[in-house]
Design a protein around this ligand. Structure first.
Ligand code: V47
Length: 399
């Protein structure tokens, strides 16, 4: 079926007409990754190629080589091979919508343009009745996911979060709720005066399906001290995500790059995630987030380049050998780099998104949202097969 034939939902967005499939297509659909582009690699990249072909884990030093190589295309070819052996020729995307229930935040992260103090004119905190109305008027039953995150608003009681989830589940029972970063979960545990595992049980009962990858920033004590001091430190983010995985939730993992962090700190971040994944298997996707400086205290730093973004995505694909998917988050990468990233190790392009604030408050020039049809078209034009997925990769529909 062509995407042009997809039915339109109430919001005019093309959507999948298919019911849940009993069995998904295999991970690679018989696609044979090409090794032709790897033959010309030389020097250190050739040594790393041999390790990749042998299925050997790359070391931190290998990662340093990947960040330093002048051969960006060679690095991309290697990452492309690593992706295609796992995910074939498919690129996944989802039909989702973001819901930022509050932008009020007690923290003052230097990279953030989204936060407001409670008394600013454009401070927002949505009460559950407002959310229910928004769900009825702006969401549809064919949407697969709602991505729920907000600031750390100290005025919110524990019951608010549970009620928020119950409201979403009641109003749109088909939606998968991917919600709350480790920072928000930590806040809930503090407000509730309960250990995190008990909070997670409450959230599960109330309808939480999985957790997004935000809040990890850069897992480095130096970057934490300089940019997001006061917020959950790296070792506590890791301890929290381990508990979340132990409670049976899948999560994503992000890395915010392109500000003051060094490439070694990016690699340390990746290696720490890889160690967690060895133990828990709970990460679905790794998502490199391109820093947007506008309206933040770091505005003077300027913007990340496409070259750096592609290098980081490719290196991540090669280092994170145990995380199944790498996302090219088009909202932050821009559509052009996101498309190219599909041949630099990424196999997912996120989703329709529809209402994005965090990056747009910081100067993003990408659209607020895209239709599934546009996403599928971008993927197809890049030579990949577009596959609509749900959050947990349980339902996969080739469009
Ligand atoms: O945690 C904040 C980052 C994250 C800026 O899990 C910024 O599927 C760029 O985590 N420039 C939130 N980035 C977004 C996020 C996310 C997005 C899409 C999908 C998923 C997923 C997760 O955005 C924050 C922070 O690391 N961020 N400010 C900024 N100025």
């Amino acid at each position: 079926m062509s995407t042009l034939e997809l039915p339109l939902d109430a919001a005019g967005v093309p959507c999948s007409p298919y019911p849940r499939r009993p069995s998904n297509p295999g991970p690679t659909d018989g696609f044979v990754p090409s090794t032709a582009a790897l033959a010309d690699l030389s020097g250190d990249l050739a040594t790393i190629r041999d390790k990749v072909l042998a299925g050997e884990r790359l070391t931190f030093e290998d990662g340093q080589t990947l960040f330093a190589t002048p051969d960006l295309n060679g690095l991309g070819a290697l990452a492309n091979y690593a992706n295609e052996t796992r995910n074939g020729n498919r690129t996944t995307f989802t039909y989702n919508r973001h819901l930022n229930y509050t932008n009020v935040c007690a923290y003052r992260c230097m990279f953030c343009a989204f936060r407001r103090t409670g008394d600013e004119d454009d401070a927002v905190t949505m009460d559950p009745a407002f959310v229910a109305d928004k769900l009825r008027t702006e969401f549809t039953d064919t949407m697969k996911e709602v991505h729920v995150v907000g600031g750390i608003n100290p005025a919110l009681p524990y019951e608010y979060y549970l009620e928020l989830l119950r409201t979403i589940r009641k109003t749109r029972p088909n939606l998968h709720i991917k919600g709350f970063t480790m920072i928000e979960l930590n806040q809930m545990a503090e407000v509730a005066g309960k250990p995190l595992p008990e909070v997670l049980e409450d959230l599960k009962q109330a309808g939480l399906g999985s957790c997004p990858g935000g809040g990890a920033e850069v897992l480095s004590p130096r970057v934490h001290r300089k940019l997001y001091n006061g917020k959950l430190p790296p070792e506590e983010w890791i301890a929290a995500v381990r508990q979340v995985h132990a409670a049976g939730f899948k999560t994503n993992a992000t890395m915010l790059f392109g500000h003051i962090e060094t490439t070694d700190e990016r690699l340390e971040h990746m290696v720490q995630l890889r160690e967690v994944q060895d133990d828990t298997g709970g990460f679905m996707q790794f998502i490199p987030l391109v820093f947007h400086p506008d309206n933040t205290p770091l505005q003077r730093l300027g913007k990340t380049t496409g070259h750096d973004a592609l290098r980081t995505i490719a290196t991540a694909r090669l280092m994170l050998d145990n995380i199944p998917h790498v996302k090219a988050y088009w909202i932050m990468l821009g559509l052009k780099i996101a498309q190219i990233a599909l041949h630099f190790g990424a196999d997912d392009i996120d989703g329709t998104v529809i209402e994005e604030h965090i990056t747009h408050d910081a100067g993003a020039t990408t659209p607020q949202g895209l239709t599934t049809e546009t996403l599928a078209g971008l993927i197809r034009e890049a030579g990949r097969v577009p596959v609509l997925r749900d959050t947990l990769y349980e339902e996969l529909v080739t469009v």
